[in-house]
Design a protein around this ligand. Structure first.
Ligand SMILES: [Cu+2]
Length: 294
């Protein structure tokens, strides 16, 4: 018997490749995440952060079970009916057109399912709308095509623009990173006051379960809890708002309390209301870059 050494070698190489890739995948899941962001081939929601996002994810998972059971049941029924009542020679089809019991069942059961879904849905809705005491307030204004963040208690405000692809540095992400992120201290409950400057935008940060329309002339409110841990939470405007709709991402940067204080000190100089009065920024449509006009 002759053994082809090359074949054995290739076989083992393939097996080792699979083991290596598997270990790499498991390892990447075990890595502490420093950012909440969309991942390539992601099938599920982003990892939830804070109580609202956690409860929203739980509700989503529960509904996924409910809709899967309903879909499987309906599909099974369809297959059963197709096979059992298919056309056969010498079989006369039934002329039945009503069945009171079945009609009551197919009305009552969906109502009961809706009631079961409604209870956790309303609980979550009331939680998101609850007037909870908060640690800080941030005013968010959507504009074509950037965001403006204002900290009323600190008297600072600044614009936040996308970082152009050619200007990306370090681990900055294409289409997601911005020049001035919305910096907040970790472990903080924040109220967002969301408004708009022009057309309708939407302030959407999936991992924090934030999704609120930004509408000119009106202020919408939402609160969230930014958990402990230095982390970036990525989001995007998800209301189609014009030609550069895809180029106004959102970054919420959570920092440890001391690092936040250091940032705040610098921000109070850089982004003070008065200093910003003479500076106006415009977004260049074609280059997606920011230009400062004095
Ligand atoms: Cu927008």
């Amino acid at each position: 018997m002759t053994i082809n050494f090359q074949t054995v070698h290739n076989g083992w190489k393939k097996k080792l490749d699979v083991i290596f890739c598997g270990c790499l995948t498991i390892f990447s899941f075990l890595q502490p995440a420093s950012a909440s962001e969309p991942k390539p081939w992601q099938m599920d929601l982003q990892e939830p952060a804070g109580i609202i996002a956690t409860k929203a994810t739980e509700l989503h998972n529960f509904l996924l079970i409910v809709i899967t059971l309903i879909s499987v049941f309906v599909l099974g029924l369809l297959v059963y009916v197709c096979i059992k009542f298919r056309e056969k020679p010498d079989v006369k089809p039934s002329k039945t057109s009503h069945n009171t019991l079945i009609e009551i069942v197919w009305t009552v059961v969906p109502v009961l399912i809706l009631v079961v879904i409604a209870v956790p849905s309303f609980k979550l809705l009331y939680l998101t709308e609850a007037d909870k005491p908060v640690d800080m307030v941030v005013k968010v204004s959507g504009a074509q095509w950037y965001w403006n963040y204002e900290y009323p208690d600190e008297e600072i405000s600044f614009d936040s623009y996308i970082v152009a692809e050619e200007d990306l540095k370090g681990d900055q992400k294409r289409m997601l990173d911005v020049d001035n992120p919305l910096v907040v201290p970790e472990g903080t409950r924040i109220k967002f006051l969301i408004t708009g400057n022009d057309v309708m935008h939407s302030f959407f940060v999936p991992s924090l379960a934030l999704q609120v329309y930004s509408i000119a002339g009106r202020i919408n409110e939402i609160w969230t809890e930014v958990p402990l841990g230095k982390k970036k939470y990525y989001g995007q405007c998800n209301q189609i708002c014009g030609v550069n709709h895809a180029y106004m991402p959102i970054v919420i940067q959570a920092l440890p309390k001391d690092e936040y204080e250091t940032w705040l000190k610098e921000a109070k100089v850089k982004f003070a209301y008065i200093a910003n009065k003479n500076t106006k920024k415009i977004a260049l449509l074609d280059q997606k870059k920011v230009k400062e006009i004095k």
